[in-house]
Design a protein around this ligand. Structure first.
Ligand code: 5GP
Length: 183
C-alpha cells in the first residue's frame, strides 16, 4: 500500500504539532491586537487555504473570510513582480481592517503588489500574516510581516497547503522534497 504522509522522499521540517501550537499563538496575538474590530481575513489561493482555516479558528473575534487568487505574468514568474488577479474579493474593503493570509513569503513580490493594491482600495489597515517566511531570496526588503509562523531555510518546501505541481498540499506537516526528480 502506498502512503503519501510517510513518503521517504520527504524530510519533515515542521511537524503538525509544532504548526498547530504556533498558529494558536498567532491567533491569540491577533485576537488581542484587533479587540473591538472585525478584521477581514484574505486568504491567497491556493496555498493559504490550510493555514487560513486553522488561523481563522484560532482567532476569538468576529472575523470575515475572503479569498483572492493571483498569478504572475509570463515565464519569469518569481522575479517579474507583475501580478494578475485571477479571483478578486467579493466585497468592498473601504474603511475595513484587512489581514492578508499567505502560505509563504519568498521574494515578497506577490505580496508587495497585493498589499499596495488593497491599500489603494481605501482599507483602514492592511496587515500580513504568513505561515512561513523564507527571508534569503527576498527582493522587496521593505516588506513588513506582521504575523509570522516560522522562518524556513532557502529550500523548496511542501505541505500544509503548499504544493509541488499540485501535489502534497494535503500533508499535515511542512517538508522538504529531498529529490525533486522523483517527486
Ligand atoms: P513571492 O512573490 O514571495 O516570491 O512568492 C510567493 C509564492 O511563491 C508563494 O505564495 C508560493 O505559492 C510560492 N513559493 C515560494 N516559495 C515556495 C516554496 O518553498 N514552496 C512552494 N510550494 N511554493 C513556494
Amino acid at each position: 500500500m502506498s502512503t503519501e504522509f510517510a513518503n521517504t522522499n520527504l524530510e519533515v521540517l515542521l511537524s503538525a504539532e509544532e504548526i498547530t501550537a504556533r498558529i494558536k499563538e498567532l491567533g491569540a496575538e491577533i485576537s488581542c491586537d484587533y479587540v473591538g474590530k472585525e478584521p477581514i481575513l484574505i486568504g491567497v489561493l491556493k496555498g493559504a487555504f490550510v493555514f487560513m482555516s486553522d488561523l481563522a479558528r484560532a482567532i476569538d473575534l468576529k472575523v470575515w473570510v475572503e479569498f483572492m487568487a493571483v498569478s504572475s505574468y509570463g515565464k519569469a514568474q518569481k522575479s517579474s513582480g507583475e501580478v494578475r488577479i485571477i479571483k478578486d474579493l467579493d466585497v468592498a474593503v473601504e474603511g475595513k481592517d484587512l489581514i492578508v493570509v499567505e502560505d509563504i513569503v519568498d521574494t515578497g513580490l506577490t505580496l508587495s503588489y497585493l498589499l499596495t493594491n488593497l491599500q489603494s482600495r481605501g482599507a483602514n489597515s492592511v496587515k500580513l500574516a504568513t505561515l512561513l517566511d523564507k527571508p534569503e531570496p527576498r527582493i522587496n526588503k521593505e516588506l513588513k510581516i506582521d504575523y509570522c509562523g516560522f522562518q524556513v531555510p532557502n529550500k523548496f518546501v511542501v505541505g500544509f497547503g503548499l504544493d509541488a505541481a499540485e501535489r502534497y498540499r494535503n500533508l499535515p506537516f511542512i517538508a522538504v522534497v529531498k529529490n525533486p526528480e522523483i517527486a
